[in-house]
Design a protein around this ligand. Structure first.
Ligand SMILES: [Zn+2]
Length: 329
């Protein structure tokens, strides 16, 4: 027996919106689930697919027991196609999308049933692939529900966006995510620290936990203080961080700069108190640093080959100079 797949507790408002559309038989042909990454949109999409294919769903989820649910949990439901970049690739291939043509032409296996296509992340389609998708799915008789998941929906073609009913998912409130994370990590204080580190995104927080990220980030923070105190040079600090995963380093750096700029501009609490000493740095410079770090993280994420050592050296040289100009000690 497979476990019925639920949407997360913090997604109940969106789930209920969909329930209303389904019971009024007003479900559109295409849905776009958009919002920041690592908040559970893909899980929501999977729960919805299972729910729509299930032979006897409850109000909250698929039953997890019927034939359809078994197909679904084996990833082999004949009325469902899931498309994402193939292993080792960043983009969805045009052939992957063209393969939908046949799927779209055939009847659903269950009479009166829906066919479902799930594509994630939708921004991994280039213009040609997105156009091929439109062509494939625009035939009126296809009876197919298209579900797109996007972490950055502004990057999608307007023709794709306008074809979809957009459902937005924001960063959920801690009151909903904290109990979930506490059950996973074992205690409340750790759950709170992890959520703070991850900017409130629950799945990112869980990942920090799984990578033993709190200890790693403490090490990075200590190193940075030693740098500002003149006990280490930027080159030494960069050298120290070379053995770490560059994405982990950039995640930490992005999270800290984001927290500092929110502290400076919106008076929000700092994630770690040791960053108090940077409060007098010019906000404009902090934001410029943040933009640069985001860009670098994006490049590394896309697999662009960059020189880690040079990048870390220049980040920390710049930071040291900034601190010296403002006499941060
Ligand atoms: Zn079922």
């Amino acid at each position: 027996m497979s476990e019925p797949l639920h949407a997360y507790a913090w997604q109940m408002p969106q789930w209920q919106d969909l329930q209303r559309l389904i019971s009024a038989e007003r479900l559109p042909h295409a849905l776009l689930l958009s919002g920041p990454s690592a908040i559970g949109k893909l899980r929501f999409a999977h729960a919805l697919v299972a729910y729509l294919l299930c032979e006897s769903p409850s109000a909250l989820a698929a039953c997890g027991q019927c034939r359809s649910c078994h197909f679904q949990s084996d990833g082999a439901h004949p009325d469902c196609r899931e498309i994402c970049p193939e292993e080792g690739k960043r983009q969805i291939g045009i052939d992957q999308v063209r393969s939908l043509q046949q799927f779209s032409a055939q009847h659903a296996h269950r009479s009166g049933g829906k066919k479902l296509v799930l594509i994630h992340p939708a921004e991994a389609m280039n213009v040609h692939t997105a156009n091929a998708l439109l062509k494939t799915l625009e035939e009126p008789a296809s009876g197919t529900l298209l579900i797109l998941v996007s972490h950055s929906s502004s990057q999608l073609l307007p023709t794709i966006r306008s074809r979809c009913l957009q459902m937005s998912f924001g960063v959920p409130k801690n009151e909903f995510t904290e109990p979930w994370l506490r059950d996973y990590v074992g205690d409340q204080e750790t759950a709170q620290r992890l959520l703070a580190e991850a900017g409130g995104r629950p799945l990112a927080a869980r990942q920090v936990f799984e990578e033993d990220g709190l200890a790693t980030r403490e090490r990075f923070d200590k190193g940075l203080l030693a740098l500002v105190d003149g006990q280490r040079s930027p080159l030494q600090f960069a050298e120290e961080l070379l053995d770490a995963d560059i994405l982990q380093v950039l995640d930490w750096w992005v999270a800290r700069l984001l927290s500092l700029s929110r502290y400076q501009l919106a008076d929000q609490a700092l994630t770690v108190s040791s960053w108090q000493r940077f409060k007098s740095l010019p906000a404009v410079a902090v934001i410029a640093g943040l933009e640069r770090a985001l860009k670098l993280r994006g490049s590394f994420n896309r697999g662009v080959a960059l020189n880690k050592r040079l990048i870390l050296e220049s980040l920390f040289l710049e930071w040291t100079q900034l601190c010296q100009n403002r006499a941060v000690r």
